[in-house]
Every structure is written in structure tokens, then in C-alpha cells.
Design a protein around this ligand. Structure first.
Ligand SMILES: [Zn+2]
Length: 393
């Protein structure tokens, strides 16, 4: 990672390093990190601690970039008792750093924040005496990269462990999935004595800690909305660590009713943006990539998602209602209504039969402006009804 992490939260989206995601999307992706990847990263972390003599959670740079200037950072580094590795050790350290970097970039958030490292970096130090000023200064500079890498691994462990527990043990028990209940659930996770073991803490054997506060800079920025209609006050955050970022993604998401769920068929985590009790994800199932988990669950055990919990069915139903209303208001003709209804049904059948469209994509396809366009119908002008904010019509 170079420099700071620049983050904007606008409405129900988060923008990280110039790329936009639905709130919660980065969290779910990180929760889906392969367990073998995590294990390997943990192994490399231990290796780094041993070779570089850096203690877990005692960072010189990580979580300190924002509140410590360059000069002070340098002084802190000099105050520490620093272990200077031999050249051979440094080469091995660099190998681990490169490996962790590669492993991290298998996740969306890792890909956003990390650029590939030059694997041959240590070549320039070959033959430089270990006790020379050049070698020692080089190491102190290198320690910043190293410290950030190690901090990221610790944060990934702490966050994934804690939020997987939250998703599996607390969220499914909620009566309703709205912002209020989700906030209550997070309160239980953080403050209920019975859930103490679910939150990664320094009492755990590996000492990876889920922090309850994060240091960041916040600026409010009024800006035009993405669709060009009106304005929104965006929050601009500057952060320096992974937990601050993924927690902002998760918790701002909960505030908007977005929450993670775990698929009962494949065990992967997926993001819900509407409060249904959906049990299966809409990704390609591991057994048959041509079908979604939802379809596989039905094929295997005849377990069918209740329509009330099926996001695609709900999108389809809302779409039909919109079309019928438009016809009642005479904004479209009877023939146009039939055309739109049959197109919507065709799309619904297609979406239910293949893993091609995610729930979000399907919802977008059925939005009036897109559906009407598909049918070659001009979007009717609204009349007699005050315009509602954020209406999908
Ligand atoms: Zn699944």
C-alpha cells in the first residue's frame, strides 16, 4: 500500500481509491477469502516476526501514518530497539512480503490497495556491508513496507474471524433485517458478555484484535449525485489501515440495511441489500457452474426459497406492479402493458434458470427505464403524482 487510503461514502455506495462498490461488497469479498490463503498468510506472518524481530500488534508505522509526521516516524523508529537482519534474512523476509502481497491481491480490497512488489528488490543490497549506514537506513525505510504488510495480515485475521461469527451466529437470529435490527445485532456482538469469544481480541492465542475504534480523518463533501439528479453530502475519509476501511464498509452498509449472509449450499458469503431471509446465494454453484446455488438446492433437496425470501421474485413482483399501475394511469396502452409483462416474465424465467445475473443486476434490468427501452417503448411522463426521491420507476 502506498500512502493513505482515500474513501468516499455516498448514499449506499463506497468509493475506494477511485473504484465504486455497493456498501458491504468489499466486506463479503474479504469474508470469502480462501481459508488456505489465510493459513498461508498466517505462516508468512510468523516467519516475518521471527526474522525481523517485530512483535505482533506493536507497530511502528501501521495505524500511525495519519497522526505521526515523517520526521516523528523516523524518530520513533530510531527509539526502538531495531534488529538488523543479515542479507540472507532480508532476502527471505522480502520473499514472504511478496508472497503475502500476492495472496492479498486475490481479494478485491487487496487488489485495490496493493500494487505488485518488485521481487528482486533486495538485489541492490547485495555486497553492501550489514553495518554500513546505507544498509541500516535502507532497512529502516523497508520496515515501513514490512510493518504495513504485517498489520494488514493481522487486520484481515481479526476482521474475518469476528465478522464470520457475526454473520453465522448473530444475524440469522434476527426477527427483521432492517437498519435498526442490524444495529442491535452489532451491539450484541460488541457488548454482550456471551458473545465475547466471537470478537477477536488480544486474549485470543494469536492476539489478533478487532479494534473498537479506528483513527481516521473525516470531511463532509457536498457533491452531485451519480444519476445527475440533485446532490448528496458525501463523507470523505482518509485512513491508514485495513480494519478502518472494512469496518466503514460493513457498518455504513448495516446502516443502509445491507448485510452479509452465508449460503446454506456452498458456504460462501453474499451480500443482501433487501431484508429477505434468503438462504442460498445467486452465484454459480460449485457442483454445477451452469446453475446457481438456489437452483441446486432445489434440485438436490427440493428446498425451495420462499418467494418472500427470493430477491429475484420480489424484483419481478415489484416490476409487475409498476407496469399495472402505469396502465391504470393510462401512461401506457393495454398492448404496451402486455408487451412489458411478457418481457418481464421472460427475463425472470431466464434469470431463475441460469447464474448469469446477480440479484442486483436483475433488479436493474427490470427498472422501468431499462425494461421500456428493451421493449422499444418511450418512458411515459409522470403526471399527477409528486416526484419521489430515489424512485426506481
Ligand atoms: Zn451458494
Amino acid at each position: 500500500m502506498e500512502g493513505y487510503i482515500d474513501v468516499y461514502v455516498k448514499d449506499d455506495h463506497i468509493e475506494v481509491m477511485g473504484e465504486e462498490f455497493l456498501l458491504g461488497e468489499l466486506t463479503v469479498d474479504l469474508l470469502n477469502i480462501d481459508d488456505n490463503v489465510l493459513k498461508q498468510m498466517g505462516k508468512e506472518l510468523v516467519n516475518l516476526e521471527r526474522l525481523a524481530g517485530i512483535c505482533r500488534e506493536k507497530h511502528i508505522f501501521y495505524r500511525k501514518k495519519l497522526n505521526v509526521d515523517e520526521q516523528r516516524k523516523f524518530e520513533i523508529a530510531l527509539d526502538e530497539i531495531i534488529k538488523f537482519p543479515t542479507y540472507e534474512e532480508w532476502v527471505e523476509i522480502h520473499k514472504s512480503v511478496c508472497l503475502i502481497n500476492d495472496l492479498f491481491r486475490t481479494t478485491k480490497v487487496g487488489n485495490l490497495l496493493w500494487v505488485p512488489i518488485n521481487p528482486n528488490f533486495t538485489d541492490i543490497l547485495k555486497g553492501v556491508p550489514c553495518d554500513s549506514l546505507r544498509y541500516r537506513m535502507g532497512w529502516i525505510q523497508y520496515m515501513e513496507e514490512l510493518d504495513l504488510t504485517m498489520g494488514f495480515v493481522e487486520d484481515a485475521f481479526a476482521f474475518v474471524r469476528t465478522i464470520r461469527n457475526f454473520t453465522i451466529c448473530i444475524i440469522p437470529g434476527l426477527k427483521k433485517y432492517d437498519a435498526s435490527h442490524l444495529a442491535g445485532a452489532y451491539g450484541i456482538l460488541m457488548y454482550d458478555e456471551r458473545c465475547k469469544c466471537m470478537v477477536a481480541s488480544e486474549n485470543d492465542s494469536d492476539k489478533m484484535t478487532y479494534t473498537d475504534k479506528d483513527f481516521m480523518i473525516l470531511q463532509y463533501l457536498p457533491m452531485p449525485k451519480k444519476n445527475g439528479k440533485g446532490f448528496v453530502i458525501a463523507e470523505y475519509f482518509r485512513m491508514d489501515n485495513l480494519q478502518a476501511l472494512v469496518k466503514t464498509d460493513l457498518l455504513r452498509g448495516l446502516m443502509k440495511g445491507h448485510y452479509p449472509r452465508r449460503c446454506e449450499n456452498c458456504g460462501r458469503y453474499f451480500l443482501m441489500t433487501k431484508g429477505y431471509r434468503t438462504r442460498f446465494c445467486d452465484m454459480s454453484s460449485p457442483e454445477n457452474p451452469k446453475r446457481t446455488c438456489n437452483q441446486m438446492a432445489y434440485a438436490k433437496k427440493k428446498v425451495k426459497e420462499e418467494n418472500s425470501d427470493n430477491p429475484k421474485y420480489q424484483s419481478y413482483r415489484r416490476c409487475i406492479k409498476r407496469i399495472e399501475k402505469a396502465c391504470q394511469r393510462c401512461t401506457i396502452t393495454e398492448e404496451q402493458k402486455e408487451l412489458l409483462l411478457s418481457k418481464a416474465e421472460e427475463l425472470y424465467t431466464e434469470a431463475m434458470m441460469s447464474p448469469e445475473y446477480s440479484n442486483e443486476e436483475f433488479e436493474t434490468m427490470l427498472q422501468s427505464k431499462n425494461l421500456y427501452k428493451r421493449c422499444g417503448i418511450d418512458i411515459p411522463r409522470r403526471k399527477g403524482r409528486p416526484k419521489k426521491e430515489e424512485d426506481n420507476d
